[in-house]
Design a protein around this ligand. Structure first.
Ligand code: ADP
Ligand code: MG
Length: 357
């Protein structure tokens, strides 16, 4: 009997966490680790709290996980009493620690905090692909204090993404949208050579349109990125919307003409990489673009396809309950997926390579 400390991603927005891919992936990981009477201590975070913000506690996740696992999940509200509470219980018990980001040491990648975390178990396993591009105590510093391994999710994510990088079944189509614009410049730059078409939507498209001299009025864009992409924006492989849906002077979705143009390109694609929705899909009237693009991507059964980003995946008009479905791989990471696809190393993986075994 061992106590596994497992870093997983349960950073889920929206009302039904248990329906999301991240949740289902996490449940699979916990199930397999808790076999053979092992104890499992779940390490995870929610959002970007400013101190201990109650609304971002992981406590509600304990009952959701418990329901999905058919087993009690014990919530650990603080780290100092955690060790004793874990050791008191018998084998097969599952624990969930409070939001890691409530502890100031987490995002500072603090050694002393990592040491405290490490004392909670015998073996550490990282299965959190979505934060693997960041440096935090629960993914980097912790590997100095406890035998540490790469979990099956980290392994399969990087394997599938490597396949896509090497696939080059042409035409290669990259679709980029969403609101986190800074994360996305690198991948566009990287794929400018390898992709045949780059289709843009969301705030990313707005920033490129602005660079191309289009009046985007009050639309979301990234001023810092504007200068950096001036040269890139001249490239003809990069397609920005020819029509948009506005509300109060802001672009909130791609228009019908753009949808048709993008659909044609997607239909012919041999490789598809998609990150970031085309519009503010949370509102039904601005979901048309994302839904139409999703249908086109899902209908192309001959392409090798990767779709990533928590919101991108949850905006799809289908239920996604496993990572590999037909010709499509659904990544649990958005920023991390793009980071890896841009050819950069993932700090969490590098730390595991150097970790004591
Ligand atoms: P992902 O989670 O898939 O990685 P992001 O986090 O980058 O994607 O972006 C998702 C968010 O982008 C959604 O909340 C969506 O409402 C927002 N969004 C998309 N298009 C626009 C737009 N034109 N203006 C403002 N927000 C947008
Ligand atoms: Mg997001």
């Amino acid at each position: 009997m061992r106590t596994y400390l497992v870093r997983i991603n349960l950073d889920i927005k929206g009302k039904k966490p248990a329906d999301t891919l991240r949740f289902k992936v996490a449940v699979g990981v916990i199930k397999s680790l808790s076999k053979k009477n092992n104890k499992v201590v779940i390490l995870t975070h929610r959002g970007r709290p400013n101190g201990a913000e109650k609304r971002l506690s992981t406590k509600p996740l304990a009952s959701m996980l418990s329901k999905a696992l058919g087993k009690k999940v014990i919530f650990l509200p603080d780290i100092d009493s955690a060790k004793e509470r874990i050791s008191k219980k018998g084998g097969g018990v599952i624990f969930l620690l409070e939001n890691l980001r409530f502890f100031p040491g987490e995002i500072k990648n603090s050694l002393s905090f990592a040491k405290k975390l490490a004392e909670l178990g015998d073996v550490y396993i990282n299965n959190d692909f979505a934060t693997s591009h960041r440096k935090s105590a629960s993914s980097i510093a912790i590997t100095r204090f406890i035998p540490s391994n790469r979990g099956e999710i980290l392994a399969s994510e990087t394997r599938e993404l490597n396949k896509i990088i090497k696939s080059r079944k042409r035409p290669v189509v990259l679709i980029v949208g969403g609101a986190k614009i800074r994360d996305k410049g690198g991948v566009i730059k990287k794929f400018i050579r390898d992709a045949d078409s780059i289709l843009l939507g969301g705030g990313v498209a707005n920033t490129f349109m602005k660079a191309r001299g289009v009046d985007i009025k009050k639309s979301l864009y990234e001023p810092i990125m504007l200068k950096k992409i001036r040269h890139l924006s001249k490239n003809k492989k990069i397609t920005t919307p020819t029509d948009n849906v506005f509300e109060k002077g802001a672009i909130l979705d791609i228009g019908p003409k753009t949808i048709n143009e993008y659909k044609k390109v997607i239909k012919e694609a041999g490789t598809i990489i998609w990150a970031g929705p085309m519009g503010v899909f949370e509102k039904k009237k601005f979901a048309k673009g994302s839904t139409a693009i999703a249908r086109a991507v899902l209908n192309n059964k001959k392409a090798s396809t990767v779709i990533g980003g928590a919101e991108t995946v949850s905006s799809l008009p289908i239920k996604v309950d496993k990572q590999k479905m037909g010709n499509i791989f659904f990544s649990t990471g958005g920023g991390a997926m793009l980071h890896f696809l841009s050819g950069r190393k993932l700090p969490a993986l590098e730390a595991l390579k150097k970790a004591k075994k």
